[in-house]
Design a protein around this ligand. Sequence first.
Ligand SMILES: [Zn+2]
Length: 182
Amino acid sequence: MNIKKFFGHLNTVNKHRFLVFKLSIKAGIPIRGFLHDLSKYSPVEFFEGVKYYDGSVSPIKICKCENGYSKAWLHHKGRNKHHFEYWYDFNSPVKTPIIPYKYLVELICDNIAASLTYHKNDWNPNLQLNYFKNRKDLEYINEDIKKLLIEVYTEISKKGINEVINKQNLKKLYKKYVEKNR
Ligand SMILES: [Zn+2]
């Protein structure tokens, strides 16, 4: 085991969780923020992260490139409701159900934290929207959730993170797009 990689990966996970926690407080979901990504400390996720640690690219991405799949990711997405992939079930009548409010807000905080980390010096407010629009699974994402996220990320590109990520605004948008037909 490479000790540098071990602490490098541990540091990445801790830093990411702290950034998500800070955003989650702004967004009004501190408990979700505190519990965010805890499964990354489980052996199956953690040691794959150490093995493929690189410092600038996600170890899951590197592992997928080398092996065709990542056990850490399969473990992670099965346990973390803030991922679209947790909810996908292509054998069900509803293939991509609505994501409950608190997990959707956690997903937004997670995505912002990730792009802030990977674009330390060249982050710009349009990144979030571009990232989202380039998702490979865009066609599968629940239509109402998709509309909501496009509005959130468009708002960020116009007003910045602080104006958009707050409880009042996010609740309003969830009501507008998700709770409207219930
Ligand atoms: Zn996660």
